[in-house]
Design a protein around this ligand. Structure first.
Ligand code: NAD
Ligand code: WQD
Length: 336
């Protein structure tokens, strides 16, 4: 299949490009490089042994997208492009709605014009808001507590309308839980600019000695050790989930929401312990107050993905930590 990956040079996009290419798909990457670098292109080419066509562009540039879909005879699109920092979305809501919602409208216009009607969308478990029950299945009510989450929710609703307006559309909204880890080569991974927002890259930087200690956001949650529990999923499992979603869309039409998670939760302190074992380094930490908007526990019911995609996450927490550490070390040696 010929597949366009918007946001393809980003963290999840680059790993998905590797998996799809190794499965024999023709992949084209499209990215404005606002949160990634074209140095990734060389790394993924090194992993798979061939170059990837790349278009530098914004998803709000409908004409460029349309030309890209046409010139590469695209069959499907995986839409990763967007902004993703929750705190920043509260400060800059217009940027978030412009990149995420307007960007998706522009993509849909280009797809409609070219009659490309298969779409996999990067949604998030954030659309479940405050969990009313656990594990979270796809029928759990949706809500949003910040502009980032709201942008994902609006897009999901928009895509539902598109699918009901024309039964030729095939749309999968993949609700990711907490993606972590890196490709086993250590060549690509998550390398955030500035202070990491997320736990795993923060732990990795503390283990590497780049930061002195981890602040643990709250130790008084009703969990085993009082710290927050999340469903961490290896980015390579997630990437394989996208390949399974594409396959699923060849056999079905309509709009579908599917969780991509493991179904298992780990606390912050369990993550620290696992990373210490994988890296043989100490990760000093200090308990601090709760972070506004955090929930005690969040983990998936991954049953639907198993049934529809014949996909299940298979990599362990040790794999997640070991691959993150390998990538962190390659970054220190001057990698991207
Ligand atoms: P990322 O920032 O590494 O990748 C996103 C890519 O999109 C970047 O390369 C960026 O340059 C590009 N981009 C942003 N706005 C663009 C625009 N207007 N036009 C063209 N390119 C644009 O993030 P990621 O972690 O790979 O996330 C990919 C998607 O998955 C995002 O939509 C994100 O919201 C979603 N998601 C991520 C997580 C997570 O924790 N990483 C969890 C749930 C959902
Ligand atoms: C995990 C746990 C923190 C940092 C966010 C977004 C969500 C999704 C994934 C995109 C929590 C604790 C963290 C630190 C800590 N992204 N923590 N010290 O909050 O589950 O989800 O990323 O869709 O929308 O909200 O992930 O990695 O930030 O936090 O103690 O320095 O680690 O309190 O319990 P989160 P996270």
């Amino acid at each position: 299949m010929n597949v366009l990956l918007t946001g393809g040079t980003g963290y999840i996009g680059s790993h998905t490009a590797v998996v799809l290419s190794q499965l024999g798909h023709e992949v084209v990457l499209y990215d404005n490089l606002s949160n990634s670098s074209d140095a990734v292109l060389e790394k993924i080419a090194q992993i798979v042994g061939q170059d990837f066509p790349f278009v530098r562009g914004d998803v709000r540039d409908t004409e460029l997208l349309r030309n890209t879909l046409a010139s590469h005879s695209m069959d499907a699109v995986i839409h990763f492009a967007g902004l993703k920092a929750v705190g920043e979305s509260v400060a800059k809501p217009v940027d978030y709605y412009a990149n995420n919602v307007q960007g998706t409208i522009s993509l849909l216009q280009a797809m409609q014009a070219q009659q490309v009607k298969s779409l996999v969308f990067s949604s998030s478990a954030t659309v479940y808001g405050q969990p009313q029950y656990l594990p979270l299945d796809e029928n759990h009510p949706t809500s949003a507590t910040n502009p980032y989450g709201r942008s994902k929710l609006y897009i999901e609703e928009m895509l539902k309308d598109v699918a009901s307006s024309d039964h030729g559309w095939r749309i999968a909204c993949l609700r990711y839980f907490n993606p972590v880890g890196a490709h086993q080569s250590g060549l690509i991974g998550e390398n955030p600019n500035g202070l990491p927002n997320n736990l795993m890259p923060y732990i990795a930087q503390v283990a590497a000695g780049q930061r002195s200690e981890l602040g643990v956001f709250g130790d008084d949650y009703p969990t085993n050790d009082g710290t927050g529990v999340r469903d961490y999923i290896h980015v390579m499992d997630l990437a394989e989930g996208h390949a399974a979603a594409l396959d699923f869309l060849t056999k079905t039409t309509g709009w579908h929401a599917i969780n991509l998670g493991t179904g298992k939760g780990y606390s912050v302190l369990e993550m620290v312990g696992a990373f210490e074992r994988a890296s043989s380094r100490k990760v000093p930490y200090r308990m601090t107050s709760r972070r506004a908007g955090d929930v005690a526990e969040c983990y998936a019911n991954p049953k639907r993905a198993g049934e529809l995609f014949k996909w299940t996450a298979r990599r362990s927490l040790d794999d997640m930590c070991a691959s993150t550490w390998r990538f962190q070390q390659s970054v220190e040696l001057g990698g991207s």
